[in-house]
Design a binder for this molecule. Sequence first.
Ligand code: NAP
Length: 244
Amino acid sequence: MKRILLLAGTSEARALAARLAIEPGCDAVASLAGRTSAPMALALPTRVGGFGGVAGLQLYLEEQRITHVIDATHPFAAQMSANAQAACAALGLPMIAYAREPWRRAPGDDWIEVADSAAAVHALGAAPRRVFLTIGRQGVADFRAAPQHDYLLRVIEPPEAKDLPPNCKVFSARGPFAREDEVALMREKGVEMVVSKNSGGALTYAKIEAARQLGLPVVMIEPPPRAGVTLAHDLDAVMALLAS
Ligand code: NAP
């Protein structure tokens, strides 16, 4: 019997949880950070909250007799991924990283690729612009350094007011989004630039297509690099690795 810890918080993790729940020979538990107050339910027993760094995770893995870890956190959840890698290495446990492939530039895309949100702020330039911020909550505070822009921020749950730049309208929405709706939104709000994380996947790609259609530049924050992990890009690949 494999005793699996699934580090979750993405739609991919949710799909994988449904698969693991019916997989013979697997006894799996999912884990959420607890950032979202009403997370979508997972098909596995789910624990919520941080483990307490690498040491806390190591303890959890030992106590729960975990035999395999699957890191299906968001490509930008670098701390959790690094902790999982370190804890698994220390205990000699196999770890599979399950991450979407990042989006690739298509003809007509006008992307400014940057390494992080601080660099994205710089890429917006000095002149005031109407900026559609679609990066989630994290990194929003960096945009306080560029108060000359008008921001439209779309998030699942709003950040604290102290983290917002001064001219910032916040609204809540959860994907998937349709391209026509994204085009209509960007037109209605007079968006001039889009800031996005290169998160990959289909769920939020419509904003990239909409920006392409409208000829808008996208400041694209690239995911942090990952080294030394066994990486799978789709569910079948994860299951094959698990079986091997
Ligand atoms: P992070 O910076 O990599 O992690 C910070 C800390 O949060 C970790 O050290 C860990 O605390 C705790 N944590 C993160 N994911 C966890 C999980 N699945 N189960 C238990 N504890 C977890 O992560 P983040 O960027 O804040 O993301 C938090 C969660 O939101 C992740 O599960 C991620 O999949 C999801 N998410 C993130 C983004 C994004 O853009 N970053 C977007 C969509 C969804 P301890 O050190 O105490 O163990």
